[in-house]
Design a protein around this ligand. Structure first.
Ligand SMILES: [Fe+2]
Length: 205
């Protein structure tokens, strides 16, 4: 066992059991050495499982809002670099249209409902930091349903009529990763850092 894996195991007694199970499942997938996209796909059933955890759903009622482009940072893997986030959305939230740079993202709604809009570019990509977009689909997010967003895919998460929470598996920690926000009216593509990462311990009780 590597020193990092040892440290992970030593911390595990304190974590919420559903989170610890999810971490262990993801670590086992990454240990197989597959490409990142394959690892992410193989983790989707485990993300589905954690978003159905009744105790975690109950605990999420206490979580602080992540409005203002924030993420709760639940875990970063010391060996494989994947990160687990949570978000708490206010009712009717209108999320920006954005990508997450080179990072793979899997969204799993934990409580409430959300919708995930997907976009494609319709311009010829000849102008720097300019993009014309077309809405290609809207997925309904609810507990137990997950959505995988590959690197540079353009999307927007919209809140439902009530407060909602989600668990997100990312192939790497956001924050310093350069991603883009898209202005649908002007075509401007604005590079910048990802959401602010707020460390958040999800402990067993
Ligand atoms: Fe996103």
């Amino acid at each position: 066992m590597s020193m990092n894996a040892q440290a992970t195991a030593e911390q595990s007694g304190k974590r919420h059991p559903a989170l610890q199970t999810f971490i262990d499942q993801c670590r086992a997938v990454w240990a197989g050495g597959d490409d990142t996209g394959v690892c992410m796909e193989r983790c989707l059933p485990y993300l589905e499982e954690i978003t159905r955890d009744a105790d975690l759903q109950k605990r999420s009622e206490e979580w602080p809002s992540t409005e203002g482009r924030k993420n709760l940072l639940l875990y970063v893997d010391p060996d494989y670099g994947f990160a687990i986030n949570a978000v708490v959305r206010v009712p009717g939230r209108q999320g920006s249209v954005h990508d997450h740079g080179h990072v793979w993202v899997a969204y799993g709604v934990l409580t409430g409902t959300e919708s995930l809009e997907r976009y494609e570019r319709t311009d010829d990509r000849s102008r720097e930091l300019y993009a014309e977009l077309r809405l290609t689909g809207v997925g309904d997010g609810k507990p137990g349903k997950v959505d995988l967003v590959p690197p540079f895919d353009i999307h927007s998460e919209k809140g439902g009529p009530t407060r909602s929470t989600a668990i997100i598996l990312r192939s790497g920690k956001l924050g310093e990763v350069i991603q883009h926000q898209y202005n649908m009216e002007t075509g401007a593509m604005v590079p910048g850092p990802g959401p602010t990462q707020i460390p958040f311990e999800l402990e067993a009780r």
